[in-house]
Write a protein that binds this ligand. Structure first.
Ligand code: SF4
Length: 343
């Protein structure tokens, strides 16, 4: 979005969200060759751990739930869930979402491939949902990942569209795809949005090799390559979809903003990027310094302004979003504590 103000000719709003990252489990049915997050051991965050994490949050408005896909395919995991009193993994996730809301946080959940019923359970307690498409083509690095079949991921995004759920997706660049695969994957996302209008942002994420993985010696995509993909995304995707660049995975966000990116995703005050733990979050202040005059940093909620205005977020979040959002659907600039006290 471009604004003209007084003698300042024009500026582009660049958004970000203050979040807390909640890695509910590292157990995952997939074995992506680039993943350093997944563990063989069955694990799950206990309710008390989740509560403790939320109690440390001072300034975040978003609880970003990211974790392994369908961990309940493993018997050991199902046994733990049962002992904890949950019939299914999604029931447990919904309960953790509710705890986030109780702490004044807006959940955004990335649960992997989901069916309609699971999406319907998550919808009321989430500001928006997410699923990386990765690439819309079959790749060798996903040969041990049943959940990374493009048709399954596309189906989830489509079902979310039918249910009018604001949605985040994205592509992972440099995992063995060809240049035309990138264009094709972006076209698939554009088509889904054309049909349902529910995509709020597309993350353009660069592959980063992780020690101990099958792809530890792979080269990561160059800056030139990544800029080319961002430009391509801006050409292919409609203007109402934001293009997100993870600010901790690139040296400098400025050239990416010049290339068409306009969102910097979630930045956490208390938790690392568990998927890329080697890459610390930059501070908001350091990002502001890099933007220059043409870009203005603005905090958003995990649901984008357009969808805030349409009230297309989980019904359990009505009260929080009314307090947290301004008249344009962005996050209010008052401190979270002051905003929470006003509820
Ligand atoms: S990248 Fe995600 S889906 Fe793939 S193995 Fe890791 S946690 Fe599972």
């Amino acid at each position: 979005m471009i604004f003209l103000v007084g003698n300042r000719s024009s500026y582009v709003i660049v958004t970000y969200s203050k979040n807390v990252f909640v890695p509910l489990t590292r157990t995952c049915r997939n074995k992506c060759w680039y993943c350093g997050f997944r563990r063989d051991k069955v694990d799950i965050m206990q309710r008390e751990e989740v509560e403790k994490l939320f109690s440390m949050v001072k300034d975040a408005k978003e609880a970003l739930f990211t974790f392994g896909e369908k961990p309940d395919v493993y018997e050991g995991f199902r046994k733990i869930l049962k002992l904890m009193g949950y019939e299914s993994f999604i029931d447990y996730v919904v309960e953790m979402n509710r705890i986030a809301i109780k702490h004044g946080l807006l959940p955004h959940t990335n649960a992997g491939v989901l069916d309609r019923e699971e999406l319907m359970k998550l919808k009321p307690v989430n500001a928006s949902l997410g699923l990386m498409l990765e690439q819309a083509v079959e790749l060798e690095c996903h040969s041990e990942s049943p959940g990374k079949k493009p048709e399954k991921r596309i189906k989830t995004i489509k079902e979310a569209g039918k249910l009018c759920i604001p949605f985040t997706t994205g592509i992972l660049v440099g995992i063995g795809e060809k240049e035309y695969d990138r264009a094709y994957s972006l076209e698939v996302i554009a088509d889904l949005h054309d049909e349902f209008g529910h995509i709020q942002e597309v993350i353009i994420q660069n592959f980063k090799p992780k020690k101990g993985t099958k792809m530890e010696n792979w080269k990561e995509p160059s800056l030139e390559e990544m800029l080319k993909v961002v430009k391509l995304a801006r050409e292919i995707l409609p203007d109402d979809i934001a293009i997100q660049i993870p600010p901790n995975l690139v040296e400098d966000v400025y050239p990416f903003l010049k290339a068409g990116a306009n969102d910097l995703g979630g930045i956490s005050e208390v938790t690392p990027d568990y998927i890329n733990p080697e890459a610390p979050w930059p501070s908001i202040e350091s990002l502001k310094k890099k933007l220059g005059q043409e870009f203005v940093l603005r905090e958003r909620l995990p649901v984008y302004p357009k969808f805030v205005k349409l009230k297309l977020y989980g019904s359990a979040l009505n009260e929080l979003i009314e307090v947290y959002s301004d008249e344009n659907g962005y996050a209010r600039s008052r401190s979270v504590q002051a905003l929470r006290e006003s509820i």
